[in-house]
Write a protein that binds this ligand. Structure first.
Ligand code: S3P
Length: 446
């Protein structure tokens, strides 16, 4: 077995990973996290029946579902990935009897803060230790401009946040954080505002909110970097969630790094605001066969990726690609260690306020295994030494961050024979990728 998992305990789960000889097979990665959250949120406020297939049954998305169940929405679970929601509609959501706990999920808590700002009633939103240290001012400040009544620690900068639904006025807001969470929080508040609300984007961020809202009858206009939403009721819809390209990214990397590999990933979301990782790999010389599925046209596009081993060359990642590859930077840094030359990733300061400080976590993990890295306030540079580079095993801390844990598990498959890497804090992989060790071992062989 390449990856041995141990759950729980003082270390919050560990992976011990050894070298893989070959990588092969055909898999469908789990459902998209961003789209699963939104499918439940829009289904939870759309009057009537919403059917969701391909739902990601991860800790993060289950937390969003639980929040709606405590506000009067009912769910019929046909399978872990297939559910039917019945909602009384946005204005009729009830007051939950207790805190809404969103665990590790920044997406859930920020979108829900926006949404609930305009819904009558009182709600308190919180999360785990990581989420309680992440910045919330980026949503509470624009929502305050709309008239939202929100209080929280450090004057509304940190969870828990207490939200009392209020009458909201429309605003036009510049999305200077380049954050899809901020954009979506404001657009969701806009559903209850007294007129059209606009978010202006210099660089486009993931556009799942804009694509999905019209499926529920919402009025949205996207033009020249401006997204406008009109207030109004939503109605139940049927949503098919594609596989998550951010989860697929770890398997793409696994195949690119293993000589002789043959791996097929099916049903993978190919929304152009999410595929910069593939574009960057193209710049680095990877030959990835991308076959879009015609069934995805008009909604959320998806398709099949066929992967094999490829030698990579270093690159300077274009700044404009960073927002659309932000979740893939940890695994990109791993790939860069096996490219020839120095890869520089800048303009990615947002990584410091993700589930962990991902710049510092990756710099320290890569140094532990013998990769030369330079750290910047807004990124890192990685010295690549080609596919046969030397590495050493040891122990690294994922800082309770799912993407750090999975990225380093992929790296460990290239350790010298006889060495192993112990990764701690791996229980948090459940937040986005339940079943990761099983799929990993299904395609990576001794
Ligand atoms: C997400 C947006 C991104 C991303 C996160 C999911 C979303 O965060 O990192 O994993 O679903 O809107 P930011 O909006 O903070 O960049």
């Amino acid at each position: 077995m390449i990856l041995e998992e141990s759950r729980g305990g003082d270390l919050h789960g560990t992976y011990r990973v050894v070298r893989a000889g070959s990588v092969s097979g055909e898999i469908r990665p789990p459902g998209d996290k961003s789209i699963s959250h939104r499918a439940v949120i829009f289904g939870g406020i759309a009057a009537g029946r919403t059917e969701i297939t391909g739902f990601l049954d991860s800790a993060d998305c289950e937390g969003t579902l639980r929040a709606f169940l405590s506000m009067g929405v009912t769910a019929n679970r046909l399978s872990p990935h297939h559910l039917i929601l019945e909602s009384p509609g946005l204005a009729n959501l009830s007051e939950p009897p207790d805190l809404l706990d969103f665990g590790n999920s920044g997406t859930a808590v920020r979108l829900m803060t926006g949404l609930l700002s305009g819904v009558p009633g009182f709600r308190v939103l919180t999360g785990d230790a990581s989420l309680r240290s992440r910045p919330m001012r980026r949503v509470t400040e624009p929502l305050g401009q709309m008239g939202a009544v929100i209080d929280g620690r450090k004057d509304g900068s940190l969870l828990p946040l207490a939200v009392r639904g209020a009458s909201l006025r429309p605003i036009t807001y510049d999305n200077r954080h380049r954050s899809a969470q901020v954009k979506s929080a404001i657009l969701l508040a806009g559903l209850s505002a007294s007129g059209p609300t606009t978010v202006v984007e210099e660089v486009q961020t993931r556009d799942h909110t804009e694509r999905l809202l019209p499926r529920f009858g919402g009025r949205v206009e996207v033009r020249q970097g401006r997204v406008t939403v009109w207030p109004g009721p939503l109605f139940g819809a049927r949503i098919a969630v594609p596989a998550d390209i951010s989860s697929a990214a770890f398997f793409i990397a696994l195949a690119l790094l293993a000589p002789g590999s043959r791996l097929t990933l099916s049903g993978v979301g190919l929304n152009p605001t999410r595929t910069a990782f593939l574009d960057i790999l193209g710049l680095m010389g990877a030959a990835i066969d991308i076959r879009p599925d015609p069934a995805g046209e008009g909604g959320e596009p998806f398709g099949t990726l066929a992967l094999s081993f490829g030698e990579l060359t270093a690159c300077s990642v274009p700044l404009s690609m960073i927002p659309s590859a932000i979740d893939e930077i940890p695994i990109l840094a791993v790939l860069a260690a096996f490219a020839r030359g120095r890869t520089e990733i800048r303009g990615a300061g947002e990584l410091r306020v993700k589930e962990s400080d991902r710049i510092s976590a990756m710099v320290s993990a890569l140094r532990t295994v013998g990769v030369e890295v330079e750290e910047f306030p807004d990124g890192l540079a990685i010295m690549g030494e080609g596919p046969d580079r030397t590495l050493r095993g040891g122990r690294i801390d994922s800082h309770h961050d799912h993407r750090i844990a999975m990225a380093m598990a992929v790296l460990a498959t290239r350790l010298p024979p006889g060495e192993s890497l112990l990764i701690t804090g791996t229980d948090f992989v459940e937040t986005s990728f339940p079943g990761f060790p099983g799929l990993f071992n299904a395609v990576a062989h001794p």
